[in-house]
Design a protein around this ligand. Structure first.
Ligand SMILES: [Zn+2]
Length: 101
């Protein structure tokens, strides 16, 4: 999984194509991410108790990690992610400008 929470990503498909948002949740087992405010679905919730109202709730739906691209902080472009070893640790780098992300 190349994405992590807090990353800025750009949607590459679906109705929110071209929009950017922040990753709020990563689901590594499913290869999916949840992006704040994007790929919203509406759930119609029925009243459970008397006196309670049924309502429509908007919620983010997880999208496949392959349908978003990470937006590089230094060049501002959607990019692929590369890795670079710095000493013991692995750093993510932007494939376009080479900056660490
Ligand atoms: Zn870059």
């Amino acid at each position: 999984m190349k994405l992590k929470r807090g990353d800025n990503v750009k949607m590459l498909s679906g109705k929110d194509r071209g929009k950017t948002g922040k990753v709020s949740l990563v689901l590594p087992e499913d290869g999916k991410v949840v992006v704040e405010g994007l790929n919203m679905i509406k759930r119609h919730v029925r009243a459970r108790k008397q006196g309670q109202k049924g309502q429509i709730v908007s919620k983010e739906r997880a999208v496949s990690a392959s349908s978003v691209a990470l937006v590089c902080k230094s060049c501002g472009k959607p990019t692929r992610v590369g890795y670079k070893m710095t000493g013991e640790s692995k750093a993510r780098i932007c494939k376009k400008c080479g900056a660490e992300i």
